[in-house]
Design a binder for this molecule. Structure first.
Ligand SMILES: CC(C)(COP(=O)(O)OP(=O)(O)OC[C@H]1O[C@@H](n2cnc3c(N)ncnc32)[C@H](O)[C@@H]1OP(=O)(O)O)[C@@H](O)C(=O)NCCC(=O)NCCS
Length: 186
């Protein structure tokens, strides 16, 4: 398995597989296919269209196992990205410009694929001189543990009734915990 830039493998060729991964990890399965694709464009396609240099996939034998995509200027992108959770945190984007979105194919999580995707995007952000990157997630999601494991800290939260939306940030410059090496060598 390797993590590569989407530009090295062609987004169009793998769009169907990336769509299936997105769908497998979303609550949109119950919708009709056209609606599912419109959600896909809103959550994933938008990143490829605007920031293809910040889009990486984990690939093995021509199969996409996961993807990570980021926007390096969240404030400037406010009129491009329409999901509500993103707009809720706009006051912090000046100091936290890079946000990302990650998914690993259902059924093969917990095998180090997310760690390798995270490594690719942190490397990209560091090499471009950014000091941090962040994700928006919910307090009830299991993925919060994944982010904690790699040193993300909650720096802002918004109450949404039963749970909180969290903006979790990773400060770059500090290396990711050594644990990630285990996955990078395999
Ligand atoms: C969150 C996600 C991207 C992590 O990718 P992954 O490939 O499953 O994670 P990894 O295998 O690289 O995890 C690395 C470490 O984090 C831990 N970890 C991963 N997911 C975890 C979870 N949900 N809860 C607790 N620990 C978790 C792993 O156990 C592993 O630790 P270990 O080395 O001690 O075993 C993936 O599980 C996923 O796509 N989940 C569903 C969709 C989702 O939540 N997307 C993110 C939206 S914000």
């Amino acid at each position: 398995m390797r993590v590569v830039s989407i530009k090295d493998v062609s987004f169009e060729a793998f769009k169907g597989q990336i769509f299936q991964i997105f769908l497998s990890q979303s609550s949109y399965q119950k919708h009709d296919v056209d609606t599912q694709w419109s959600y896909f464009e809103k959550w994933v396609g938008i990143y490829y269209k605007n920031w293809p240099d910040w889009f990486f996939v984990a690939v093995k034998d021509n199969e996409i196992l996961g993807y990570i995509c980021a926007c390096p200027n969240s404030l400037a992108a406010i009129d491009k990205i329409s999901f509500k959770s993103y707009h809720l945190f706009k006051e912090v984007y000046k100091d936290n410009p890079v946000h990302f979105h990650i998914n690993v194919k259902a059924g093969i999580t917990g095998k180090g694929i997310g760690a390798q995707l995270l490594h690719a995007i942190t490397h990209k952000a560091s090499s471009e001189g950014y000091k941090n990157l962040h994700i928006i997630t919910s307090s009830h999601e299991k993925n919060v543990n994944f982010y904690h494991k790699y040193g993300f800290k909650t720096i802002a939260s918004k109450s949404l009734g039963a749970f909180d939306l969290l903006l979790m940030r990773l400060d770059l410059g500090l290396s990711l915990p050594n644990k990630i090496d285990k996955y990078l060598q395999s």
